[in-house]
Write a protein that binds this ligand. Structure first.
Ligand SMILES: [Zn+2]
Length: 63
C-alpha cells in the first residue's frame, strides 16, 4: 500500500497530477489533497477521478 495525494490546483492543461507521498513535487497539505492508501496507482487514480475531471499520474512518482 502507498499513500497518495492529488494537486489542489489545476495546471495549465486544466489537469491535476496524482502523486505518491514521497514525491519531490509535494510540498505540504495546503497544495495537495490527501487521498488515502491504495494498493495500486490505478486504484488511487480511480478515486481521484471521482473528485476531479482530469487527473493524470505524476511522471516523477506515479508513472
Ligand atoms: Zn509526483
Amino acid at each position: 500500500m502507498a499513500e497518495f495525494f492529488v494537486d489542489r490546483a489545476e495546471n495549465a492543461e486544466n489537469t491535476r497530477l496524482l502523486h505518491k507521498k514521497n514525491c519531490v513535487d509535494i510540498s505540504n497539505d495546503e497544495t495537495h489533497r490527501y487521498l488515502g492508501s491504495y494498493a495500486t496507482v490505478s486504484a488511487a487514480h480511480n478515486k481521484a477521478s471521482g473528485y476531479y475531471n482530469k487527473v493524470e499520474n505524476c511522471p516523477k512518482c506515479a508513472s
